[in-house]
Design a protein around this ligand. Structure first.
Ligand code: NAD
Length: 700
């Protein structure tokens, strides 16, 4: 059995210490140890109160998710442990020394009192894994703090530090110095005061009050469509808390919770979300890189280009406490960039997410400079100038001359050749790609691009830095568009082809929105601006691609997208809500006719496949080429960088759930119908489909 619990006594107080490093998950040995330890203390006559605490850095970080779905363990279940604690006639006090998440907080809620170190975070993050707190959390928390606050906490899955949790009413006492010593004192005082127990299951004043406001549950259920669109667990959470409020019988509520927990457990979203959870962690482990590779610590950073990306990247460094020089050769752009950074921080202060003092501190870490040489002492430089290979080469040859010898030289290019950029330097081993996503200070994803000559130290340092910047990093090979943008090409191309073939932007966008994307391809194009691609195409003398015809035509007519209120859709003054536009649809119809396309009807299913299957086919090619290391890496890229719904598990996981043979059949059909190389079935997909295997099976 994994993990254990140490039992000691301090006179009349039993002390149970949970030991399952590093974060004390509720593995079988911990559950059994808690059960046995509590049982022992309950029969020992001289023991008058119990204190439970964690060794290492956590109290209990939650369930051992490695144990999910496995055959029943030989140890007692968590609910039996909790029942044992809650039925104790001797007061049980949780001494929360560190993280108390999920089942860990539920154990603490079964105790009579909760004392916590001031830096200990508490939370119920189950919703993030498609689950609900299934060990009484949805029943005890509303009794303790009221259903509205309980629901906000459970639905967000976000943790609170002990002092905030005390204000909420979850924690009774916050300790600054020696937690265990003070909790034992606390326990002794309870004993002196008559050993009063306080079972949350018996507290009812909050839920009786909430019973007067049952409409709240209806309102909340409706709002889930916006806040948790497409997700299964959140509705079940609301239903559980509602059950707690509606019934006087605590055990009825518990039974409801168990029933809904098992519905979540069986739901495919749970497995998909756990796949993403593990994939994000695995993405940071790179074959060939080891802990022994020298990782240079980044204390000072430099950024070239103070535009959309450069400004956001500078903020990432400042947010992580790293000082950064931000250079632009255009003074107006530099000033505009700094102004935008200030505005962004001010917005965050306004929302109450950081203090004014924190904003000042972060701003003071960013030094704007018009002088290129001022970049020289950065441990890393990230280049974010226009997407133009010649310009990037020019910048890198200048960087090669000024940057200190062991600096990392990174480019934020969206898809240009990293090796061509590295080749202009005398130190290609120090060059890699660091592809941030827009807005860089918000988006979690970072693609680290491995050039042919990037050294292990360079890559290990870039991956290590990503962690420091609180990013989810994925290593990608050097091919046009890397992982994410290379896959996106087929998606966008098919969306364009379908409007030529007779579908309308609104129909396609609706299908993709209903699938779970934040927005469909045309609403997205309007947001980014149709004119960017149009201008880029014009610079190289225009494009012959049929897929460029409609956006080019719309731009010629002055329809640039959201920025001027007209694109594929129209937008009312300042609004971002797309409204179907007969004029745009007419342009589409006309261009399609001019190009000789015959109008056909599209089913939603066909639209979905035409948009998603290019992602899968290209993803399979990326895997066999070695440009993506794992199917889970591709899924991580898509859910963190492209708004792909997490609960589908990402495109490759989604393909697995459809059955690869079915996916292949459709791709073969599209290939036959169009002859388009995009649809040439990937060899890897053919092999896996033939062998009845999945993409996920490649990662295990
Ligand atoms: P941008 O046009 O907003 O900013 C580019 C900045 O670079 C401008 O301020 C310009 O003055 C500056 N610049 C140009 N030449 C320079 C030089 N010689 N020396 C110093 N500064 C110079 O561009 P952006 O959207 O921030 O894109 C920058 C890079 O990031 C591109 O490679 C782009 O492909 C990539 N990228 C963009 C996005 C996005 O969504 N915008 C996302 C990921 C990656």
């Amino acid at each position: 059995m994994k993990g254990t619990v140490h039992y000691t006594e301090d006179n009349n107080i039993a002390l149970l210490k949970i030991d399952n490093p590093p974060v004390n998950p509720l593995s079988s040995g911990v559950r059994q140890g808690l059960y046995d330890g509590v049982s022992k203390a309950l029969v020992a006559e001289h023991i008058e109160a119990l204190v439970l605490t964690g060794m290492h850095r956590a109290f209990i970080a939650g369930a051992d998710i490695g144990e999910f779905g496995e055959a029943a363990q030989e140890a007692v279940g968590l609910n039996e442990v909790i029942e044992k604690i809650e039925s104790s006639k001797k007061p049980v006090i949780a001494a929360i020394n560190g993280t108390a998440f999920g089942g860990g907080l539920e154990v603490a809620l079964a105790c009579d009192y909760r004392v916590a170190s001031e830096n200990a975070p508490v939370g119920l993050p189950e919703v993030k894994l498609g689950l609900l707190p299934g060990a009484g959390g949805t029943q005890r928390l509303p009794r303790l703090i009221g259903s509205e606050k309980a629901l906000a906490m459970i639905l967000s899955g976000e943790p609170f530090f002990a002092s905030a949790a005390k204000t909420l009413g979850i924690i009774d006492h916050v300790v600054v110095q020696d937690l265990v010593e003070e909790t034992i004192e606390f326990a002794k005082n309870i004993v002196l005061g008559g050993s009063k127990t306080r079972k949350i299951r018996d507290i009812s004043d909050q839920i009786i009050e909430d019973r007067q406001n049952l409409k709240m549950f209806e309102r909340l259920k409706l709002s889930l469509e916006k806040t948790h669109r497409g997700q299964f667990a959140p509705l079940k959470i609301v239903e559980c808390v509602e059950a707690a409020v509606r019934s006087d019988n605590f055990d009825d509520g518990l039974a409801t919770e168990r029933e809904k927990f098992s519905e979540c457990l069986k739901h495919p979203q749970r497995e998909a979300l756990i796949h993403i959870f593990f994939s994000e962690r695995a993405a940071n482990k790179i074959p060939g890189l080891s802990k022994n590779d020298v990782v240079s610590e980044v204390k000072k950073a430099s950024v070239v280009g103070a535009g959309t990306m450069g400004g956001g990247i500078a903020m990432c460094f400042a947010n992580a406490g790293i000082s950064v020089r931000l250079h632009d050769n255009d003074e107006d752009n530099l000033n505009r960039g700094m102004e935008l950074i200030r505005k962004n921080y001010a917005g965050t202060v306004e929302k109450g997410r950081i203090s004014q003092a924190e904003m000042d501190k972060r701003l003071s870490l960013i030094t704007p400079t018009i002088e290129f040489v001022a970049l020289a002492d950065g441990d890393i430089v990230v280049e974010a100038v226009y997407e133009n290979l010649d310009l990037k080469k020019e910048i890198f040859s200048k960087l090669d001359k000024v940057m200190k010898a062991d600096a990392i030289l990174a480019s934020n290019t969206s898809g240009l050749d990293i090796d061509a950029i590295a080749a202009v330097t005398k130190r290609p081993h120090s060059v890699c790609g660091m592809h941030f996503f827009s807005p860089a200070n918000v988006m979690k994803l970072l693609e680290v691009i491995r050039g042919a000559h990037s050294s292990k130290a360079t890559l290990a340092s870039a991956m290590g830095l990503a962690k420091k910047l609180d990013k989810v990093a994925v290593m990608a090979g050097n091919c046009p568009g890397f992982i994410g943008n290379r896959m996106l090409r087929g998606y966008s191309q098919q969306a364009q082809m379908m409007i030529l073939e007779g579908a309308l932007p609104a129909q396609i966008d609706r299908v993709m929105f209903d699938f779970g994307l934040a927005m469909g391809p045309f609403a997205m194009s309007d947001m980014v601006g149709l004119d960017l691609g149009w201008r880029a195409r014009k610079m190289v003398g225009g494009s012959n691609e049929v897929t460029a015809r409609i956006p080019d035509e719309l731009c010629e007519l002055g329809r640039y997208g959201q920025k001027n209120g007209k694109g594929y859709y129209q937008y009312e003054d300042g609004s971002r809500t797309p409204i179907e536009d007969a004029d745009a649809n007419e342009v589409i119809r006309r261009v399609a006719a001019e190009l000789g396309f015959e109008k056909k009807e599209f089913s939603n299913d066909e639209i979905l496949k035409r948009c998603l299957y290019p992602l899968i086919n290209t993803g399979a090619n990326l895997l066999s080429e070695g440009h993506a290391l794992r199917a889970g890496d591709i899924d991580t890229v898509y859910v963190n960088g492209y708004g792909f719904p997490k609960y589908t598990g990402g495109p490759m996981w989604f393909a697995d759930t459809q059955g690869l043979e079915n996916v292949l059949n459709d791709i073969e059909r599209f290939y036959k119908e169009t002859g388009d190389d995009l649809w040439r079935p990937a060899e890897l997909l053919k092999t896996l489909a033939r062998d009845g295997r999945t993409f996920a099976s490649l990662d295990t």
